[in-house]
Design a protein around this ligand. Structure first.
Ligand SMILES: C[S@@+](CC[C@H](N)C(=O)[O-])C[C@H]1O[C@@H](n2cnc3c(N)ncnc32)[C@H](O)[C@@H]1O
Length: 464
C-alpha cells in the first residue's frame, strides 16, 4: 500500500500532468508554438491577454511545481535556500545596471552565445564577480551556461534587457525598498497604522514617499516601473472588468485617479457615462493634458471633469443629479495606506453617497482559503474549457485541489506586494475578508468580488 506521502506526490504529479495538458491543448488550438527555453522571440502568451485556460493552467503549473519542490526537498536545505534569497535581487540588479548591461550583452549574442570573458570586457563587470552572478542568473533561468564560461540567452533574458519588463526599472529603487526588510524583527511589535513609523521610516528616518520625492532619479524609475507592472501584470483589468449593469448613465468618480487611463477606456465603451477624476491638485494639470492628448472630445462635451481634492478630507461633491448617479472607483490606491487611513478615505465619500451608491475597488487581492469542496484540477479545467473569461468569472470556482490557497506560488507576486506594502507604508494587500470589515465599519457593504486575469481583483460594494 502507498504511504500517505507517496500518495500526496502522486496527486501532485497527476494534477501537474492535467494542467500541462490543458495548457498544451489550448496553445495548439490557438496555433501558438510550444514554449522553448532557447526561444528569444516573445511568445504570444507573454503578450496580450491569455485565454482563461492558459492563464489558469500556467498558474496551476507554477503552484504545483512549487508544492512538489517543498514536499520532496530537505526542509533545512529549503529554508536555508529561502534565507539566502536576498542575493537574487542583487544579481538581477547586476544584470541590468551597467551600460551595456549583462542581460543586453548576452541577448545581443543570440543563440551562439558569448564567453563570460567577453561579457566582462563589454560591461566592465569584474570577471570573477561576473562568474558568480551569471551562475545565479543561470539557476533562475535568465541565461544558460552551455560550456565552462560560455553562456547563451534564454527566453527569460529579454525580461532583464531594456524594454523587457518592470524589473529593469524597479531594480533602480532596490536601495530604497530592500533595506527596510533587514530590520523587520525590530518593528514586529509596532502597530501597523498611520500613527506609527514604518520599517522604511525606522531605517531611513523619512517616510517612503518623501524619500522618493527627494530622489528624483528613483522617482522617475518608480513611475516607469509602475506603468510597466500594470502593462505586464494587470493586462486583464480593462478586458475583464464588466460594468454594463451599472446602467447607461452614471457619473464615475475616480478617487486618486492619476491620469484616469481606465476611466478613459470606460467612457469610450459607454457613451452615456460621465466621469470626475479626483486627485491631488498637483496631479490635475498632467491628467487634463492626458485627456487633451487622447480624448479631447470628452473635455469639449464636459463628459470628463477634474476635482483637485485630498481624499483625507470629506468629499466636496454636491449630490449627484438623479439621472447620473455617482459610482465611486478606487483603483490601485488603497494598498498604499494603513487600515485607519483607508477607513477615513471610505468615510469621506459618504456625504456624496446616498444609500445604494456603488463603490468599485480595483486592487491586488490575496486569496483566502475556500470553504470545503472537492473540485480537483481535472474538474477545474473540464469546467472552464472553451469558456470566455466572463463565463469563468460567473462560475466562481474555488482554487482546485490539491493547490494551495490562491494557486500558491502561481500568484506569488501578490504576496510579495503584501509584504512590501507592510515594509514601506504600514499597509498590506487586502483580502475580500479584510475589505468586508473595513467597508462595514464605514457605512459600506461588500457585494462581491471578481477575479481578473492579472494580479488584481475588482470588489463591488454599496452604501447601506
Ligand atoms: C498608485 S497611484 C494610482 C493612480 C490611478 N488610480 C491608477 O490606477 O493608475 C495613487 C494615486 O493616489 C493619489 N493620491 C495620493 N495622495 C492623495 C490624496 N491625499 N488625495 C487624493 N489623491 C491622492 C496619487 O497622486 C496617485 O495618483
Amino acid at each position: 500500500m502507498d504511504s500517505p506521502s507517496a500518495m500526496e506526490l502522486d496527486t501532485l504529479l497527476s494534477s501537474l500532468i492535467t494542467a500541462i495538458s490543458a495548457l498544451k491543448t489550448s496553445m495548439e488550438t490557438q496555433g501558438f508554438p510550444p514554449f522553448r527555453s532557447d526561444d528569444l522571440t516573445p511568445h504570444p502568451l507573454d503578450a496580450g491577454i491569455p485565454d482563461p485556460v492558459s492563464f489558469y493552467a500556467r498558474r496551476a503549473i507554477v503552484g504545483l511545481c512549487q508544492q512538489i519542490t517543498i514536499l520532496v526537498q530537505d526542509p533545512a536545505e529549503r529554508s536555508l535556500v529561502d534565507h539566502f534569497r536576498f542575493v537574487i535581487p542583487g544579481c538581477l540588479a547586476a544584470a541590468t545596471e551597467t551600460s551595456p548591461s549583462i542581460a543586453e550583452t548576452v541577448l545581443a549574442a543570440g543563440s551562439e552565445g558569448i564567453s563570460l570573458k567577453e561579457v566582462s570586457e563589454k560591461t566592465g563587470v569584474d570577471a570573477i564577480k561576473l562568474r558568480s552572478i551569471s551562475r545565479m542568473l543561470a539557476n533562475g533561468g535568465y541565461l544558460k551556461e552551455v560550456s565552462v564560461g560560455h553562456v547563451v540567452p534564454t527566453r527569460l533574458t529579454r525580461s532583464l534587457a531594456p524594454g523587457g519588463g518592470p524589473v529593469v526599472e524597479m531594480n533602480g529603487i532596490i536601495p530604497g525598498y530592500a533595506p527596510p526588510a533587514t530590520i523587520v524583527p525590530q518593528v514586529l511589535h509596532m502597530p501597523s497604522d498611520a500613527l506609527h513609523p514604518t520599517a522604511f521610516e525606522e531605517f531611513f528616518k523619512t517616510p517612503f514617499f518623501s524619500w522618493l520625492e527627494n530622489n528624483p532619479l528613483e522617482l522617475k524609475r518608480f513611475h516607469r516601473g509602475m506603468t510597466e507592472i500594470e502593462n505586464h501584470l494587470d493586462k486583464g483589468i480593462l478586458v475583464d472588468v464588466h460594468l454594463d449593469d451599472l446602467g447607461p448613465a452614471i457619473t464615475l468618480v475616480d478617487i486618486g485617479a492619476g491620469h484616469g487611463g481606465l476611466v478613459m477606456q470606460f467612457l469610450k465603451r459607454h457613451p452615456g457615462w460621465k466621469a470626475i477624476l479626483q486627485d491631488r491638485a498637483e496631479v490635475i494639470p498632467e491628467a487634463r493634458q492626458f485627456w487633451q492628448d487622447n480624448m479631447p472630445e470628452a473635455l469639449d462635451t464636459g463628459r470628463i471633469s477634474f476635482l483637485p481634492h485630498s481624499f483625507f478630507e470629506p468629499t466636496p461633491l454636491p449630490p449627484a443629479p438623479e439621472d447620473y448617479p455617482y459610482v465611486f472607483l478606487i483603483k490601485a490606491v488603497l494598498h498604499n495606506w494603513p487600515d485607519d487611513t483607508v477607513k477615513l478615505m471610505l468615510q469621506n465619500l459618504v456625504p456624496a453617497a446616498p444609500p445604494g451608491t456603488k463603490l468599485l475597488i480595483v486592487n491586488f487581492t490575496p486569496s483566502i482559503p475556500d470553504g470545503a469542496h472537492s473540485l480537483t484540477v481535472e474538474d477545474f479545467f473540464k469546467k472552464i474549457k472553451g469558456k470566455s473569461m466572463r463565463e469563468v468569472q460567473k462560475l466562481s470556482l474555488p482554487v482546485p485541489m490539491p493547490l494551495n490557497v490562491g494557486f500558491g506560488a502561481g500568484a506569488e507576486y501578490v504576496s510579495n506586494i503584501d509584504v512590501l506594502m507592510m515594509l514601506l507604508l504600514n499597509s498590506r494587500a487586502r483580502t475580500t475578508e479584510d475589505f468586508k470589515e473595513l467597508l462595514e465599519s464605514t457605512s459600506w457593504r461588500l457585494e462581491g468580488s471578481t477575479q481578473l486575469r492579472g494580479a488584481s481583483s475588482v470588489l463591488r460594494a454599496y452604501r447601506v
